[in-house]
Design a protein around this ligand. Structure first.
Ligand SMILES: Nc1ncnc2c1ncn2[C@@H]1O[C@H](COP(=O)(O)OP(=O)(O)OP(=O)(O)O)[C@@H](O)[C@H]1O
Ligand SMILES: [Mg+2]
Length: 229
């Protein structure tokens, strides 16, 4: 059976003002359903670029990107957008919540944008279930301004989970949180893997990286898997 995600020889070159710069050099990565992995590396090493390619916001210059064994590295934007909303959930350092909407309404937005039509009752069931999964169902009616940073990030995670993605891509999701709150947000993200979602976490925090099933280092555009002691 093929892996959920299989990257082989992914290369990405950016055209700067004067010269081209290769950010990713032949990246190989295989991810199965329910796996968790961390991508670490110094600032500017290309972690966010790699996540953008994984999440189909960007395309590789070379290499192959298989999702369920199907090549998706060269998709046109229309099809990429469809796959993005059906297969991927995204969590960032900033929460990007709409401040005039409640937690539940923020989560429901993810079902309005890009998802096929769902009956109202099913939408509500999914929103409540997503808020419940991240432990904040009791805050459903609150607006972001009344919530802590950790609670706001949980709303953002619920918004990512409500489409029932197969892959969760998280780029420094704890960057704006204190250590303790960050750790509990990481546990929340890991919770999704128990339901078969794959989790790919970019982080600068060693402890958070250590909670993932494996750690990959991105150095000079080359991705390597760290061998655990
Ligand atoms: N749109 C762009 N145009 C030109 N250069 C870019 C662009 N986006 C990123 N870069 C460059 O590509 C390199 C990799 O950037 P990227 O954002 O992927 O790094 P990162 O590992 O996520 O860094 P950080 O840890 O600071 O978030 C950097 O040198 C950056 O300056
Ligand atoms: Mg980054």
């Amino acid at each position: 059976m093929s892996a959920l995600i299989e990257l082989s020889g992914i290369t990405k070159t950016l055209k700067g003002q004067e010269q081209k710069r290769t950010i990713l050099h032949g990246v190989n990565l295989s991810v199965d359903a329910g796996e968790s992995l961390a991508i670490v590396g110094r600032s500017g090493s290309g972690k966010s670029t790699l996540l953008s390619i994984l999440g189909l916001f960007d395309r590789p210059d070379q290499g192959s990107y298989l999702l369920d064994g199907q090549e998706i590295g060269k998709l046109a934007e229309r099809r990429a957008a469809k796959l993005r909303s059906s297969h991927f959930g995204f969590v960032f350092q900033r929460f990007f919540l709409l401040k005039h909407l409640s937690a539940a309404q923020n989560v429901a937005m993810a079902l309005v944008n890009g998802q096929g039509w769902l009956p109202r009752r099913e939408r509500r069931r999914r929103v409540i279930s997503a808020l419940d999964q991240v432990g904040i169902a009791h805050l459903a009616k609150n607006r972001p301004a009344k919530m802590s940073g950790g609670e706001q990030q949980r709303v953002a995670i619920a918004r990512a989970l409500v489409r029932e993605p197969r892959i969760l891509l998280a780029d420094e999701p704890t960057g704006a949180l204190d250590t303790e709150t960050g750790t509990s947000v990481i546990e929340t993200l890991l919770g999704a893997t128990t339901r078969g979602c794959a989790l790919i976490l970019v982080t600068h925090d060693r402890d958070h990286a250590a909670r993932m099933g494996r750690i990959h280092d991105l150095t000079d555009g080359v991705l390597t898997q760290r061998v655990r002691a």
